[in-house]
Design a protein around this ligand. Structure first.
Ligand code: NAD
Ligand code: PRE
Length: 299
């Protein structure tokens, strides 16, 4: 049970965390802190938060603080809240990158860094802001903890317990492992989707192309509807790992281009077949993992 929760950034991710905890009866009071006054008022009107605070005084006395703003905001938010951080408060985050967030926490919190437990919910969608927040976003989804050596077991458990109450299954990675994995399966796909839509939008006959684009294009590009600020921050924060994945992908594209130019149908079919098999196996595994589990989801 969280007594006093502060959510910094009450958009899709922070708002869904607040809604899920409220639905589970696992929180008593939620205070929101927002850069956008309109989003703060909206979160209050929607009942996502009980109060909107305009200063970080609200952090004093909180038992849990969730940072759910774009990752480039992490250092300035932590620096602003640090003077108000009492010893009983645990701060966590939902950022999509972890090595930069950990570095920002060390720089901003100094001797209080043990109170920061970094994490990342592996769930989301392409819509943003408080209106996008839903109470079942995290059910059956993974939450990756990347704890610091300084974190105490009780501090880590306070964060893990809150996410379990939202329905999430707890996993652990190091920040470096985390950033390499998500460069490949999240950050690269977003860059590719944005690149394709931008490329088509810039063509002279874009209107004609969009007129006939159908479900294949819609599925491939859904994530290009996501927040440009958030994805700018993620791309730059994970620049090294993202560049490595992009280079590997460009090698694959160059290979496929050469085989296509050569009219090598056998190789194209073999690559497509391998991808189809791998995707089917992944879908089966993910559906089994996300099915309602009768047993508890302890790490
Ligand atoms: N969208 C996803 O699918 C997804 C999934 C997992 C994690 N994340 C991570 O969660 C975080 C939030 O993403 P989101 O999808 O909820 O975005 P969002 O745009 O819906 O919400 C972010 C909120 O933070 C507010 N904000 C920005 N800077 C702030 C500041 N300095 N102080 C206070 N509030 C501030 C914005 O006004 C906005 O309401 C990001 O770090 C993102 O990387 C996103
Ligand atoms: O479903 C989506 O729209 C998402 O982009 C969710 C998604 C992902 O890439 O899978 C995006 C960013 C995250 O940090 C975690 C999840």
């Amino acid at each position: 049970m969280v007594d006093n929760l502060v959510v910094v950034g009450v958009g899709l991710i922070g708002g869904s965390f607040a809604r899920a905890l409220k639905k589970a009866g696992a929180v008593r009071r939620i205070v929101g802190i927002e850069r956008s006054p309109a989003y703060g008022e909206r979160a209050l009107a929607l009942g996502i938060v009980d109060e909107v605070a305009t200063s970080f005084d609200a952090v004093a006395g909180a038992d849990l603080v969730l940072l759910a703003a774009p990752v480039a905001q992490t250092r300035r938010i932590l620096a602003a809240l640090a003077p108000h951080l009492g010893p009983g408060t645990v701060v966590t985050d939902a950022g999509s990158t972890k090595a930069d967030v950990v570095a920002a926490a060390r720089a901003a919190l100094g001797g209080k860094v043990a109170q920061f437990v970094p994490g990342h919910p592996i769930a989301g969608r392409e819509t943003n802001g408080p209106d996008a927040a839903i109470d079942d976003l995290y059910i059956g989804k993974k939450f990756v903890l990347t704890p610091l050596p300084e974190n105490g077991a009780a501090q880590v458990e306070r964060v893990a317990g809150a996410w379990r109450a939202c329905g999430a299954v707890i996993h652990r990675l190091t920040p470096e492992e985390h950033d390499k994995v998500f460069a490949a399966v999240s950050h690269l796909p977003h860059l590719l989707a944005y690149a394709l839509v931008d490329d088509i939008a810039n063509k002279a006959h874009a209107d004609l192309l969009f007129q006939y684009a159908a479900s294949g294009f819609r599925d491939f590009t859904r994530i290009a509807g996501s927040s440009p600020e958030m994805w700018r921050d993620i791309s730059l924060a994970n620049q090294g790992a993202l560049l490595a994945e992009l280079d590997a992908y460009m090698t694959q594209l160059a290979h496929l281009r050469a085989r296509l130019a050569a009219g090598d149908g056998a190789t194209l079919e073999a690559v497509y077949g391998n991808a189809q098999r791998a995707r089917r196996q992944w879908i089966e595994a993910i559906e089994a993992a996300e099915a309602p589990q009768p047993i508890d989801n302890a790490e």
